[in-house]
Design a protein. Sequence first.
Lengths: 222, 222
Amino acid sequence: MPSCSWDRSLAVTTDIVIFTIRDRRLALLLVKRTEAPFQGEWALPGGFVGPDEGLKACATRALDEQTGMSGVYLEQLYTFGDPGRDPLQRVISIAYYALVPSDRLALRAPAEPQAVGWFALEQLPPLAFDHCEIVALAHHRLVSKLTYSTIAFQFMGEKFTLSELQAVHEIILAQRVDKRNFRKWALALEQIEPTGEERRDGKHRPAQLYRLKFPGRVEIIR
Amino acid sequence: MPSCSWDRSLAVTTDIVIFTIRDRRLALLLVKRTEAPFQGEWALPGGFVGPDEGLKACATRALDEQTGMSGVYLEQLYTFGDPGRDPLQRVISIAYYALVPSDRLALRAPAEPQAVGWFALEQLPPLAFDHCEIVALAHHRLVSKLTYSTIAFQFMGEKFTLSELQAVHEIILAQRVDKRNFRKWALALEQIEPTGEERRDGKHRPAQLYRLKFPGRVEIIR
DNA sequence: GCGATTAGTGTATAAAATACACTAATTTTA
DNA sequence: TAAAATTAGTGTATTTTATACACTAATCGC
């Protein structure tokens, strides 16, 4: 079955589930579609894969063009290609997910002006295409990776406290964790180190700041 | 960047890493290419995704057409799409991996006659395209899943002994495991049950035969 | 200086994983 | 037909890992 049996309407795209922690909730970024199909509805950012463009490069470019973010953690998730997932043409989409530190949520005005916004995962609007399924899979992957990798560290800014790191875990797992056990676990990984500085905010004891020893690196643990 | 910027040479394919246990080794199935590029070289089986064909359906069809096998465990692995991975056209390939029970290795004469054969993973010939990378990733995924799922059960025939199941684990992990601990682990999963029959072979005590309670089902454990 | 608030620390218990050696049943051979 | 050879089958003790749990420390605002 050679490729020439295709008419011109085959397309390959990437879709990106961009997670962050916002207002103590797991949130993701959506864009409002400006074209058919699903015009005016919310969808995952993404774009068509260019003729000489790698898949991850396409996701990186879409991320930059539509949100102004770059240098964030980005990993391939799954490929969706059911015929009929786009009513107008056959689209095969390689889904990625990205994790954005809380200190980099500022959205640059996008190249193609369009509505862009952060939504709490628990309060998403209806999504175009099969994007709801993609989000569900990405969420599942994230929760699962939390328990056997250092992926959550990618949500942290350059400097962070152990309490902040713990809060990120609690938000993603949607359950409280024991403070002493968490700190034991986090420090035993040998992936973070104290900066020597402290963070003071509020009327309480200041907290030691930590940084990643290997920014951008995600270790498989256990 | 709309899809019409593509010329006709975009293609989407699936490639399948078909694992089995053969001669007490982890082995996989390769086909000899009959067309350019890489004509005459060994490659993973696979095929072009049809205009109205789902991705998994494409992999299933390729598996059937090129090897005569059907009904085996099949899971999406990763999508490879570097420009230049095929020298003649832009090809984006969704890789799958399949696990074949040892009692189903008979290869039907393929629809399009071509050389097909099983190769020990440790003694693969040079492979076409980036298939070596695909195999490496599939192998990594398999080893990794072994420790947190019941995936190895998919290598077993309809009836099997605990020693045979243990051997499969030892072959994939490339290390011996303790017999008593392994049996404790395997039985505690509650995924297998005795058939009541015994297997006699050789001059030794016969072994209890077991079967899967839920054939085709892979449980995440731990 | 006292109240409020969050940061920071250790130990005891429970659960899980690991290490380890003999008896049982069968076939072959002497 | 008894002994040798071979693989099947079984339990317990030890180590490691995970969990549960409560108080002191430092700062800010009043």
